[in-house]
Design a protein around this ligand. Structure first.
Ligand SMILES: *[C@@H]1O[C@H](CO)[C@@H](O)[C@H](O)[C@H]1NC(C)=O
Ligand SMILES: *[C@@H]1O[C@H](CO)[C@@H](O)[C@H](O)[C@H]1NC(C)=O
Ligand SMILES: *[C@@H]1O[C@H](CO)[C@@H](O)[C@H](O)[C@H]1NC(C)=O
Ligand SMILES: *[C@@H]1O[C@H](CO)[C@@H](O)[C@H](O)[C@H]1NC(C)=O
Ligand SMILES: [Zn+2]
Length: 501
């Protein structure tokens, strides 16, 4: 059944979108990576000795021979143990850890949180595979925190190790979550430059079994939650491995987001997924650590740096220029333009951000303002970007179709073209119309991310064409012949019902 309508304006403002303030948070978090010369999980690497032949070069290369050797062993064990995908990598195991401080939520709220998190984690780990961490994962302690002086003479045995403890050292944290000692490697002080004699400051934790990423999930009611309306959550990664892959991160869920009657499970799942994609790699703080693995036989091996990943195009739009992203953009917009990078939101002029440009990629899970869940897509562009991190094998067929801008050409969504309303995606004025997916009645609007371009956004109330109960509330428009039903869609026209029909 089609729904046909012409609507007279009521004062209906679209529901405020939820906003992500990731880029206000991550720059303040210093991510810790394993110290040079020491394996990430000492219990399992076998060789506790210095692996760098040249101690002057901190270990940042991916070609380290002994590492490769290790990975080959891992690969074989992995293959024999579990069925693996074509790349030899296995689905990422994301372990969620809810800190004690978060427990002050009601039973109902906690259940909501757990359900939404496990759903989001399941979706993400069905999409991303990694070179799994064998044994138990141990996070690193920040030597700049627990240590006052570090041996800096490259010729000494204890080069880069701690020479004197910082007596004020208490703990490691991930944003405002205290990382349990059990998740952390130990730390020691080497009193003499060339002697192995050491003083253990903290002993080794037990580590986390079967874990490739630990997500500290914190529920708070922080100032940041209240600073702006619509903030549901924020996040930061706080540890990476040697290749730059994030190992730990925190997602803070603002408490207001999951109590009350208006709670939406799917919205919470979407929010957690969005924050997870940030902490797993879609972050401007990580762009320059992405690796090009297109010439390697296995993800993570023989990868080279992409160099600088973002650049500004001729129109002032910051874009990500990596191979999968460019291919996905060309496919999406139906363009063969070679320099078609993935456009990033640039509210702060010429600064990259950790979100896609809303004008071009409206409805993406990685847009800065998330729409209602049924209008948001885990789109091919986002998955292409995660592929280009070089840390994951990404199941591209898990991407959802993104209708916004499909086949519209390379100039779609630019400030120069969005005012041409012959396209079905943009509008002018502030009249009523239909959201581009035709499931909702909408009103033509702009927002801070659209930079003056206007689109039909769903009305706050009774916008869904599929909800039969909306039939009642719109009695006033009976003359239009509108019918709300599960099969109804929104179309804008001047047709009206004839008397008596
Ligand atoms: C939406 O509906 C609610 C409840 O029916 C009402 O209180 C609210 O004022 C409506 N909002 C708008 C913008 O019409
Ligand atoms: C480093 O240590 C060596 C001997 O262990 C010494 O000869 C050299 O002068 C030291 N270098 C610096 C910069 O202190
Ligand atoms: C990739 O995702 C699709 C759709 O979600 C799924 O059917 C398929 O089994 C997945 N493939 C692999 C190798 O995980
Ligand atoms: C409806 O009719 C008016 C005047 O006849 C016209 O200006 C307008 O463009 C029409 N709208 C649509 C959606 O056809
Ligand atoms: Zn975000």
């Amino acid at each position: 059944m089609r729904k046909i309508f012409l609507w007279l304006p009521l004062l209906c403002l679209p529901m405020a979108n939820q906003k992500c303030i990731f880029d206000d948070i991550q720059p303040w978090v210093r991510a810790v990576s394993p110290p040079p010369n020491q394996p990430t999980s000492p219990q399992h690497t076998g060789d506790n000795q210095t692996r760098n032949t040249n101690p002057k070069a901190p270990q940042r290369t991916d070609r380290d021979a002994s590492q490769n050797h290790q990975r080959i062993i891992r690969q074989i064990t992995a293959r024999t143990q579990t069925q693996s995908n074509s790349s030899g990598l296995l689905p990422i195991r994301i372990r969620t850890w809810i800190p004690q401080e978060s427990f002050a939520v009601s039973h109902v709220e906690r259940k909501r949180l757990e359900l939404a998190t496990s759903k989001a984690v399941k979706i993400v780990s069905d999409i991303l595979s990694v070179d799994r961490i064998p044994g138990r994962m141990l996070l690193s302690r920040d030597i700049n925190k627990f240590c006052k002086f570090i041996w800096k003479n490259a010729t000494v045995t204890n080069y880069n190790k701690c020479a004197r403890a910082n007596e004020h050292y208490r703990m490691e944290n991930c944003l405002d979550v205290t990382i349990p000692d059990d998740h952390l490697s130990g730390c020691s002080v080497y009193l003499h430059p060339n002697s192995p004699t050491m003083l253990v400051l903290r002993s080794e934790g037990r580590g986390l079994p079967d874990t490739d990423f630990v997500l500290y999930l914190h529920t708070r009611s922080t100032d940041k939650c209240h600073a702006e309306p619509g903030v549901l959550a924020y996040a930061a990664h706080c540890q990476t491995d040697r290749r730059g892959r994030p190992l730990a991160g925190v997602v803070v869920i603002c408490r207001s987001a999951f109590h009350g009657e208006s709670y939406s499970h799917s919205r919470m799942v979407q929010t957690i997924m969005h924050e997870l994609f940030h902490v797993l790699g879609f972050s401007k703080e990580l762009f320059d650590m992405w690796k090009d693995c297109s010439h390697s036989s296995r993800i993570g091996e023989d990868c080279v740096s992409h160099g600088q990943v973002t650049n500004i195009d001729g129109t002032g739009q910051v874009r990500i220029y990596t191979p999968s992203v460019i291919r996905a953009m060309q496919k999406h917009l139906g363009s063969s333009e070679e320099e078609l990078g993935g456009p990033l939101e640039n509210l702060a002029a010429n600064e990259p951000s950790s979100h896609w440009e809303a004008r071009v990629l409206q409805g993406s899970i990685m847009a800065a303002a998330l729409d209602r869940p049924e209008l948001v897509r885990v789109d091919p562009l986002t998955l292409a970007a995660l592929q280009d991190t070089g840390w994951y094998y990404v199941n591209q067929s898990a991407a959802q179709r993104m209708e916004w801008g499909e086949g519209q050409g390379s100039l779609f969504g630019s400030l120069a073209t969005c005012h041409d309303i012959s396209s079905t995606f943009f509008c002018a004025g502030s009249g009523l119309g239909c959201h581009y997916l035709h499931f909702h009645k909408g009103v033509c609007q702009s927002d801070q991310y659209l930079e003056g371009c206007r689109v039909y956004k769903p009305l706050t109330n009774e916008s869904e064409c599929s909800k039969e109960r909306n039939n009642k509330v719109n009695k006033a428009e009976e003359w239009s012949g509108e019918i709300y039903s599960p099969e109804s869609r929104c179309f804008f026209s001047n047709l009206s019902r004839e008397r008596g029909l």
